[in-house]
Design a protein around this ligand. Sequence first.
Ligand SMILES: [Zn+2]
Length: 218
Amino acid sequence: MVIVWRYTSSVSSYVSAGQQVVVPPQRCPTCVRQLVGWGGYWRWLRAPLLVERIWIRRGRCAVCRRSHALLPDLALVRRLDVVTVIGTGIGLKVADGLGLRLIAEQLDVPHTTLRAWWQRFRATSPKLLNECLAMAVSLSGAAVDVRSVGERAALEVLGVAWQRAHMRFGVSIGSSVWGFWSWISGGLALGTHTTSPWAAMGGTDWMRASPSPGGPDP
Ligand SMILES: [Zn+2]
């Protein structure tokens, strides 16, 4: 299983940290015990002006005897590109209706890559909308007035959930809505899984489980 954690510094800092990257303590998704370090692995990450290998630590639960990849919220599972670039591409398509080819040129990513993101986003956007609506409502108790439809509505409500999480938990939520998107989906925001990662890693579970005022600690 993948556990996404919030990384607050820059992509280049993560890259240059190499195997020395410091991951805050993470808990077992099953029994909530603190995980112990369990090596890691290299993966590639493409960001503006860089394509580099980054070190992904693994953590293991001594009780459940299972290890988990600890993915920074810079990235998504099995997607080469940094999540802010993926999100920006989707955002441009949704908000401005620009052609995929033009957006791909702007972002300097292959057209086929952007098309794959867009197809997955379209397929997953109803789930994103539902999960973020439920999350936004449970965060503040107030209903969400959705003013758009389709993919646009999904992005709108993702933004609302992120803002409300910020109001409740403060800076620990992170300054990037796309990092939040990776985090609440357990890195599977564009995944092809039929089972929902949202229910396990995101959704509303972390809010119930989290001891305030410390904020969410999945
Ligand atoms: Zn465990």
